[in-house]
Write a protein that binds this ligand. Structure first.
Ligand SMILES: [Zn+2]
Length: 337
């Protein structure tokens, strides 16, 4: 059940975004940040402080703070009130030395260490990632069954590992994202956010988010009926997305995204960056930890939503494949034989 919250300024709900930097460049994210700013919204952007000289198959298009024009854009964004956060040192796995260098670079450029971190993809320096995201023994077994990685693949939280940086995380970083859901009001699933987890000691506080991988999922999450639900329930939405994934074209924001964000901004909402929102929620927590029942439900809801998203993505892919085959003048049946 959503706790009854009195938001600042008499707002009826809270909304923000954590934009992971995958595929992000100045050109493809600036239009959406200008739009957010014009609507009075201040959100959070993760960054990669250092380049990835060994190359990256999936993320090579992304810019990092080693690109001067991207770094300048981020510094300007911070001055405009947006929050900068950590997405690991760079787009591929980093040994401790590179993470140390990246955290130093972050502090030098932005004047303070990151307050927020989100793990990235298959980086081995991720903390408590893969099957270690959950405790439920059934879900852990299932995860290991479908995952290509070995159980000890992610080692950011393992002292002695070449990828270890848990000591730096707990010393410098306040909040780390774990589970995400297909739900606009995150408090419906995780009313006790942010929370501490004594079994994962290298993270101070955890938070959850609503998952929207790209512009289509973001626009679906922000449908008017979902906005209405968020407001009626007095809820909190932290969207985990990637503004680098088709949110802008030819220097303009996606028209549907623009329309939906304008609609949201016209409602009586509070639109702070993630860190400010979590500080505010935390100040209202009576206890620091998560009830066992809440954690149990969160894990199963996460697994269910993950499965449903994968199934939708597969169906979408096969639909697009079938359409391409029709365009080629071949039926799927003929191609498959
Ligand atoms: Zn990422």
């Amino acid at each position: 059940m959503t706790p009854c919250l009195q938001f600042p300024g008499g707002a009826r709900f809270a909304f923000t975004v954590i934009d992971d930097t995958d595929d992000g460049t100045v050109d493809n994210v600036r239009p959406i940040y200008r739009l957010l700013e014009s609507l009075g919204m201040r959100t959070t952007k993760t960054v990669w402080p250092v380049r990835c000289p060994e190359g990256s198959g999936d993320f090579w298009l992304s810019e990092t703070m080693d690109d001067a024009h991207y770094r300048d854009f981020l510094v300007d964004l911070q001055a405009r009130g947006f929050e900068m956060a950590f997405h690991g040192a760079t787009m591929e796995t980093s040994p401790r030395e590179r993470t140390v260098r990246a955290l130093e670079c972050f502090r030098r450029v932005f004047g303070a260490p990151p307050r927020i971190h989100a793990n990235h993809a298959f980086n081995r320096d991720n903390l408590y990632w893969g099957a270690a995201r959950v405790d439920d023994p059934v879900l852990r077994r299932l995860y290991r069954f479908v995952s290509p990685q070995t159980p000890d693949f992610y080692q950011g939280h393992c002292p002695g590992s070449p990828y270890w940086w848990g000591d730096l995380c707990v010393a410098q970083i306040e909040y780390v994202r774990n589970l995400t859901f297909s739900e606009i009001n995150v408090l419906r699933v995780n009313p006790s956010m942010p929370y501490r987890d004594p079994t994962r000691p290298y993270v101070r506080w955890w938070f959850s988010a609503a998952d929207a991988d790209d512009v289509d999922e973001f626009n679906n999450l922000l449908r008017p009926e979902h906005q209405q639900q968020l407001e009626e329930e007095g809820g909190v939405c932290v969207v985990a997305t990637h503004f680098g994934k088709r949110f802008a074209r030819d220097g303009k924001p996606h028209p549907d995204t623009q329309r939906l964000l304008e609609l949201l901004a016209a409602r009586n909402g509070w639109f702070p960056p993630v860190g400010e929102l979590l500080d505010w929620l935390r100040a209202r927590r009576e206890s620091e930890c998560l009830a066992a029942g809440e954690w149990h439900q969160m894990q199963w809801r996460w697994a269910w939503d993950l499965l449903a998203r994968r199934a939708r993505a597969l169906a979408h892919q096969s639909q697009r494949g079938a359409m391409a085959l029709w365009r080629d003048g071949l039926s799927p049946h003929l191609r498959s034989t």
